[in-house]
Design a protein around this ligand. Structure first.
Ligand SMILES: N[C@@H](CCC(=O)N[C@@H](CS)C(=O)NCC(=O)O)C(=O)O
Length: 119
């Protein structure tokens, strides 16, 4: 299967996917660590894809989204953004809305705590 087919299948079969450097339990880059940390803290179930394990996926995900960097978050097959966008969306409450609209469970109190701590 080509890298593009593999990526498409992954984002179609899993509600929330984070393409990242390292894993959700052992991130290997500060940007990936920040996004995984938010998702972990908010108790969101997600699939992590370590792009450092596969050079074709690392390049392929940039081509797939036409976005030059990693991490990349997908919800229900749609590209959401990287670290800056996910951080902004967390602080503005837009991420809560997006998750709710897509029926993705998350811990609202934890999301509120992130906002309180960064408000
Ligand atoms: N501003 C970016 C920061 C992410 C970033 O700069 N990632 C770099 C360094 S980890 C990257 O993916 N470079 C391409 C690569 O390593 O393949 C964001 O919001 O996600």
């Amino acid at each position: 299967m080509s890298a593009q087919d593999q990526i498409r299948e992954t984002v179609e079969k899993n509600d929330v996917v984070l393409f990242m450097k390292g894993t959700k339990t052992m991130p290997q880059c500060g940007f990936s660590s920040r996004v995984a940390g938010v998702l972990n803290y908010m108790g969101i179930e997600y699939t992590d894809v370590n792009v450092l394990a596969d050079a074709e996926i690392r390049q392929g995900i940039k081509d797939f989204s036409d976005w030059p960097t990693i991490p990349q978050l997908y919800v229900k097959g749609e590209f959401v953004g990287g670290c800056d966008i996910v951080t902004e969306m967390t602080l503005s409450g837009e991420l809560d809305t997006l998750l709710s609209e897509n029926g993705i469970a998350f811990n609202k109190e934890a999301a509120d705590k992130i906002r309180e701590a960064n408000g």
